[in-house]
Design a protein around this ligand. Structure first.
Ligand SMILES: Cc1ncc(COP(=O)(O)O)c(C=O)c1O
Length: 414
């Protein structure tokens, strides 16, 4: 069922009897426990907060709005480090033939293990946040790092990667071109690619990255339990290649089966490869090409990760695409909280899901989507603020100067 609108597009996933076997295989509670046990050992590691926005929830007639705030994760301004660091850890264990043993963080950084491993060069393509996480992990563990970014990547994002000692190279084209190039150059140079997207013959490391993200969900469930909430009823999760969304949604389906929350995948309308894939209805991932021109830099990906797609096509209940101004609106709502709600620093890719919810609740013509989602006083809605102000200049342009305004015809005056 499709309802193409001038501003927010959506499609319901018609899958009625989802196959949850892959979710259960990849995202068991035990996997999340192991990932979390690894992350906890990192010096300075802390649980990120799960913030409640009760006044915003009341204003929009829903039971609760909850925001997992990844902007403060290890002072790296994004959730991405959870996946990259875990994949590097799993790779090192496999290189040492210690797959089934525990090695502590202290052992991994010990002179003996470093000597055994030699100096490794980890390599990745990024739109910013993932590269920063890998550069950080490589530096912490005493290895080298090469990061390829595409031509549109902003200087603050490049500088942030360089600040962890990585070599950064700018590649013509978009994120998907940078991914292809790093894989070619890594083969030539003997680098180890730690990519968050998968391709034929390259799935193990992307799976480890997705498993690393489950630390976050394990924290969320603990935080919800402290509030007397068993699980959220709805999760709005943003997607680039879909690895984060597959991990979040896969985790909840592994844990709750058919009682899992309703999971909504949100993408920029200029990089809507997952939306187009579900719309195509043939079960295959589909690609969007071109310069993927969106302010949501972290979501500017034209090719779904095949392994993530396999999970999403079974489990996501709905796919939504948004113009840039909805992300900008989400950023402004977070940054100007209602009295009593906390202030959240959220970047373009972090805030689009909140913008999408508000638009969904209020926009004319979205009645069918609202009926399907059943958002009401009993709904406990989860968002992940996946990044803070990773591009501070652009952040101020939106919050202070009001760039990317909502066109008047789409105002949802409350
Ligand atoms: C801030 C932010 N949010 C969300 C995502 C989406 O993650 P994925 O590409 O796994 O869908 C990214 C990816 O880089 C990101 O940087």
């Amino acid at each position: 069922m499709e309802n193409v609108r001038p501003d927010l597009n959506w499609v319901i996933n018609q899958r009625s009897n989802p196959d949850l076997s892959l979710c259960k295989e990849l995202f068991s509670p035990e996997t999340a426990r192991l990932a979390r046990r690894f992350h906890r050992q990192i010096p300075g590691f802390q649980m990120s907060p799960l913030l409640a926005l009760p006044n915003l929830a009341q204003m929009f007639g829903v039971g609760g709005i909850w925001v997992k705030d990844e902007a403060v994760r290890l002072q790296l301004n994004s959730f991405k480090v959870l996946g990259g660091s875990y994949a590097v850890y799993k790779y090192i264990k496999s290189r040492l033939n210690l797959e089934n043993e525990e090695i502590s963080y202290a052992e991994m950084t010990s002179p003996e293990i470093r000597q055994k491993l030699g100096r490794i060069t980890f390599a990745t393509a990024t739109d910013g946040n993932h590269g920063r996480g890998i550069a950080w992990a490589a530096q912490k563990l005493g290895h080298d790092c090469v990061v390829y970014v595409h031509a549109e990547t902003s200087k603050p994002r490049i500088d942030a990667i360089r600040s962890y000692g990585a070599t950064v190279k700018i590649i013509e084209g978009n994120y998907d071109n940078a991914v292809r190039q790093i894989s070619i150059d890594a083969d030539k140079n003997g680098w180890v690619v730690i990519s968050d997207t998968s391709w034929e013959g390259y799935t193990q490391i992307p799976v480890w990255i997705m498993q690393g993200y489950t630390s976050m969900m394990s924290e969320i469930q603990e935080q919800f339990a402290g509030q007397g909430i068993t699980r959220p009823t709805h999760i709005f999760v943003q997607a680039g290649v879909g690895a984060l969304a597959a991990s979040v949604i896969g985790y909840y389906h592994a844990l709750f089966g058919s009682d899992a929350p309703k999971c909504i995948v949100v993408e920029p309308d200029k990089a809507d490869c997952l939306y187009r894939s579900i719309l195509a209805g043939d079960g295959e991932p589909h690609t969007v090409s071109g310069n993927l021109d969106t302010i949501m830099a972290g979501l500017a990906c034209g090719e779904p990760s095949p392994v993530a797609w396999k999970i999403l096509k079974e489990t996501a209940c709905c796919f939504i695409t948004c113009p840039d101004y909805i992300a900008a609106k989400g950023m402004r709502i977070y940054a100007t909280p209602l009295h009593g709600d906390p202030f959240v620093v959220s970047g373009e890719s972090g805030a689009v899901t909140l913008g999408a919810l508000i638009q969904t609740l209020r926009e004319n013509g979205l009645e069918e989507l609202r009926d399907f989602l059943k958002l009401n006083q009993d709904s406990q809605i989860l968002f992940i603020n996946t990044e803070g102000n990773t591009d501070p200049l652009h952040f101020r342009r939106i919050i202070w100067e009001g760039s990317n305004p909502v066109p008047k015809e789409y105002w949802t005056d409350s």
